[in-house]
Design a protein around this ligand. Structure first.
Ligand code: KIV
Ligand code: ZN
Length: 512
């Protein structure tokens, strides 16, 4: 009989640690619902003790999601663990994930603790957590670079205290597949009570090997849980990518012989949702979810695929949720057709008010754009003005004028806490003038560190999707906006980034 492999998604925690990827509570909840549809076994919803915002996000996900286990990260101390347990109270199935660094480098330079102190703290924390929640995961941070003898002592002790999952992070993405696989195998062989816990892999992608390392941890090391994120989102070069690792296990079942719960046809929608929410664009040649992942350009390949798809395709595009670019709706489509298409796309809006807001925006778009594609609908529902409850800034209207040889000028109307304000400015181009017109009023002083425009469905008739990354007082946020007019999309993206700057309280760094 095949073993079950647990998929633990940490898009909302480790993924969110990517500079600029911070998400609001509502955005996190929407992504959590998509992860539930995907049938992810465990959703790491956040780090409850890091900020009030994260506490509320974990809490609302724990209350809303019923089919997946909901997990909160927590440092190895009583305060963090209590906070995690409190946020998880409403969950059907709750897990606390507690961690402390065990490598000589981290213990000495970062924690300034002796190995014996770290061992004792790990032991105490798991004992404390076990009294609050039955399902406890323990991670020795920088585990892969830790002394194996010391690691064996720590892991044996925490399993004895009741840790049910042992996760071995390659925190800095230093591992090589064969070495990482053997590292986990050795730990499992040497630790006398290793069979009392499920072993898990958590790999970062600094050398581009996170997926390969995770698979080696499973195949060579015998791990039965993989920690991963949608689109490989995460600190620095990111984490192991869920879509890649899942499709590797499914496509090569002949080799891995493992069962997964994942319903892969929701993968593409999850990828788009994460990309549109965070503003992290998916590269076209990205495996499984990139725009070119199933495109055949060369004549020989096209000829082969037309004769027999498996000549050049090892997976079917529709199995991971790709549908042909279809004109799904238009100006005359009604609310029911719109609602049904949302359901087919795996999008569930929380209330009739949200559906009505999305439908109004759909009608506005259909007035300006004859062909509405699935991508347009997904962009439209990820627009925060549909889902956000009380954003500080909201777009109303924009007038801009540009002519060869003349300095572009923009006039913008937007809301601040529900009250309309007007701004006016000139700039180097119409986008620059529009954003300066906003800034003239808001005076955020934020520095723009990234501005990018992407055509949602490929042609000049498409909506432009703009990402703006702002940095202020050490915080980095991404805002996104979509509109057929890229100047309007830019203004929306700028306002969305300002909202995020506003809403994100200071946080404790998970690796700090
Ligand atoms: O990479 C890492 O070490 C982590 C731990 C907190 C599990 O994310
Ligand atoms: Zn990590």
């Amino acid at each position: 009989m095949a073993d079950k492999l647990i998929i633990f998604d940490t898009t909302l925690r480790d993924g969110e640690q990517s500079p600029g990827a911070s998400m609001t509570r509502d955005e996190k909840l929407r992504i959590a619902r998509q992860l539930e549809r995907l049938k992810v076994d465990v959703i790491e919803a956040g780090f409850a003790a890091s900020s009030n915002g994260d506490f509320e996000a974990v809490q609302s996900i724990a209350n809303a999601i019923k089919d997946s286990t909901i997990c909160s990260l927590s440092r190895a101390n009583d305060r963090d663990i209590s906070r995690a347990a409190e946020a998880l109270k409403g969950a059907n199935s709750a897990r606390i994930h507690t961690f402390i660094a065990t490598s000589a480098l981290h213990m000495e330079k970062k924690l300034r603790m002796t190995p014996e102190q770290v061992l004792e703290q790990a032991r105490q924390s798991v004992r404390f957590a076990r009294n609050l929640v039955a399902d406890i995961e323990f991670s020795p941070e920088d585990g892969y670079r830790s002394d194996p003898d010391f690691l064996c002592r720590v892991l044996e002790a925490v399993i004895a205290e009741g840790a049910t999952t042992i996760n071995v992070p390659d925190t800095v993405g230093y591992a090589i597949p064969e070495l990482y696989g053997n590292f986990i195998k050795t730990l499992r062989e040497r630790i006398p009570n290793s069979d009392k816990a499920i072993w898990s892999v958590h790999c970062h992608n600094d050398l581009g090997m996170a997926v390969a390392n995770s698979l080696a941890g499973v195949q060579i090391g015998g791990a039965r849980q993989i920690e991963c994120t949608i689109n490989g989102l995460g600190e620095r070069a990111g984490n192991c990518s869920l879509e890649e690792v899942v499709m590797a296990i499914k496509t090569r079942r002949d080799y891995f012989n493992l069962d997964l719960n994942i319903d892969a046809k929701h993968i593409v929608a999850a990828s788009r949702m994460v990309s549109q929410t965070t503003g992290f664009v998916v590269q076209p040649n990205k495996a499984v979810v990139g725009a070119n992942a199933f495109a055949h350009a060369s004549g020989i390949h096209q000829d082969g695929v037309l004769k027999a798809r498996d000549t050049y395709e090892i997976m079917r595009a529709e199995d991971v949720g790709w549908t042909a670019n279809k004109i799904v709706l238009g100006k005359l489509s009604g609310r029911n057709a719109f609602k049904q298409r949302l359901q087919e796309l795996g999008v569930s809006l929380d209330s009739e008010t949200e559906i009505n807001a999305a439908f109004t925006r759909f009608k506005e778009l259909a007035d300006r754009k004859a062909e509405i594609f699935d991508e347009d609908i997904l962009a439209l529902v990820s627009d925060e003005s549909v889902t956000a409850e009380k954003e500080q800034y909201g777009f109303v209207s924009l007038y801009q004028q540009s002519e060869t040889g003349e300095q572009p000028r923009a006039r913008i109307v937007f809301t601040v806490d529900g009250h309309e304000v007007r701004g006016e400015s000139v700039g180097n181009g119409p986008v620059d003038a529009s954003l300066k017109a906003i800034e003239a009023h808001v005076k955020s002083g934020a520095e723009m560190v990234l501005y990018s425009v992407n055509a949602i469905s490929g042609s000049t008739e498409s909506q432009g999707e703009v990402t703006v990354r702002l940095q202020n007082s050490g915080r980095v946020v991404n805002g996104t906006g979509a509109d057929p007019d890229i100047v309007v999309a830019s203004a929306k993206a700028y306002l969305s980034a300002l909202n995020k700057l506003q809403s994100k309280a200071d946080r404790v760094a998970a690796q700090g």
